[in-house]
Design a protein around this ligand. Structure first.
Ligand code: FAD
Length: 377
């Protein structure tokens, strides 16, 4: 896809930034499992933690296509940093920007956009993942606000975040209709990080279990209205799939980078290796078109649940497949940590699960197709 001059410039800027400031620590954070704290600081200094928010709220005022390009370029060199960037903007800040009151936006978006703190999104629980309506964390309404009790699992960046958007139910019997969303400041008494996951991949990203014990959330921190939380979380996830798609695209490109550099350095490639290179390059380009297409829909102000699900599903499967092909073509050397291939392979597997599994993406796509057919008679 041909990019505008501005988008090409932005890509060049991000590529240089990622290579100079992010790439040098990618291998170490994978080996140690240490959070990519320094990379977050570097992105904050450049304004990248607020790419899509208006300048008056501390953002860069850029579009979704620029955002997708940024996540792609960062994830290309370090997927742990890429997922941290994507989760911060799409899951931590987006619901507040889209559904918050003016006062909530003015309080939280500048902090998040300037990287004064990280934002996070707490939906998944031990018994509620794909079925988000099964949320068990309870919210009890009182004169002072809402008392939350419960727990969350697999929450990205929440161990370092100042703000977590939490889903809780006011009435479990109502299923999805009982779900309500709260902006939780992580220094609230009763909030705790119970444990950190020791993951297969994305080891430099922070994934934690949260516990809420009689945690009082002020009335002013309800996000949207009572009983509106399910819609807020689902719409957030639909948009979030553009950045998760971009994150997977970056990993797919990383797999292609390893393969092509290896073949370039090893002389004339065999016919079989040439075929693999061509197939991987073609799939990565197709993933790029889908991700950018979803971003263009968003920039045009259109809801694009199907295009976002296409982008996330396709790019995540291409990333996992491409990393496997690269390892197969290169051979055992690719399994050592001298090349990034094995890291990309492990990181990419998690792209097929977070923000909705591949099975769930297929269900969404089918639902959207049938809805369109019905609407068009
Ligand atoms: C790296 C990472 C980061 C994450 N970050 C966050 C975060 O920041 N915030 C957050 O809230 N969550 C986060 N998650 C959680 C993630 O969104 C869930 O893991 C995911 O939605 C799947 O839910 P589950 O783990 O409960 O699996 P389940 O829903 O139990 O699914 C298990 C299997 O069953 C399949 N399945 C489930 N339902 C259906 C169905 N109806 N039809 C067909 N197949 C089905 C799934 O596809 C999957 O293969 C993260 C996960 C990972 C891996």
């Amino acid at each position: 896809m041909i990019l505008s001059k501005q988008h090409k410039q932005f890509r060049a800027e991000l590529r240089a930034f990622a290579l100079e400031e992010i790439a040098p620590t990618a291998r170490t954070c994978d080996e140690t499992g240490d959070f990519v704290k320094g990379n977050v600081k570097a992105m904050a200094e450049r304004g990248y933690l607020g790419i899509i928010w208006p300048k008056k709220l501390g953002g860069m005022g850029l579009d979704y296509l620029s955002y997708a390009i940024a996540v792609e370029e960062v994830s290309r060199v370090c997927a742990s940093t890429g997922i941290t960037l994507a989760a911060h903007i799409s899951l931590g800040a987006y619901p507040i920007y889209k559904f918050g009151t003016e006062a909530q936006k003015e309080k939280y978006i500048p902090l998040l956009a300037r990287g004064k703190t990280l934002g996070s999104f707490g939906l998944t629980e031990p018994n509620a993942g794909s079925d988000a309506a099964a949320v068990e964390t309870r919210a009890t309404k009182t004169d002072k606000g809402y008392i939350l009790n419960g727990s969350k699992r697999f929450i990205t960046s929440a161990g370092y975040a100042g703000v977590v958007n939490v889903a809780a139910t006011l009435d479990r019997k109502l299923g999805r209709k009982g779900v309500t969303c709260f902006i939780v400041e992580t220094d609230t008494p009763g909030f705790s990080v119970a444990s950190e996951e020791n993951k297969l991949g994305l080891r430099g990203s922070n994934t934690v279990e949260l516990v809420f014990e009689d945690m009082l959330v002020p009335k002013d921190n309800i996000l949207g209205k009572e009983y509106e939380g399910y819609r807020i979380f689902m719409e957030t996830l639909d948009g979030g799939r553009i950045s998760i798609g971009a994150f997977c695209l970056g990993m797919a490109q990383a797999a292609l980078d390893v393969l092509q550099n290896w073949l370039k350095d090893s002389g004339r490639p065999s016919q079989m290796a040439s075929k693999k290179l061509a197939d991987v390059a073609m799939q990565v380009e197709a993933a790029r078109l889908m991700v950018y297409n979803a971003a263009l829909y968003k920039d045009a102000g259109e809801r694009a649940d199907k295009q976002c699900a296409f982008a996330k599903l396709f790019a995540s499967e291409v990333a996992a497949w491409a990393a496997g092909v690269a390892i197969g073509a290169i051979g055992p050397h690719a399994l050592t940590n001298e090349l990034p291939a094995a890291r990309v392979y492990r990181d990419a597997k998690l792209g097929e699960i977070g923000e909705g599994t591949s099975e769930v993406m297929r269900l969404i796509i089918a639902k959207e197709i049938l809805k369109e057919l019905k609407e068009n008679g």
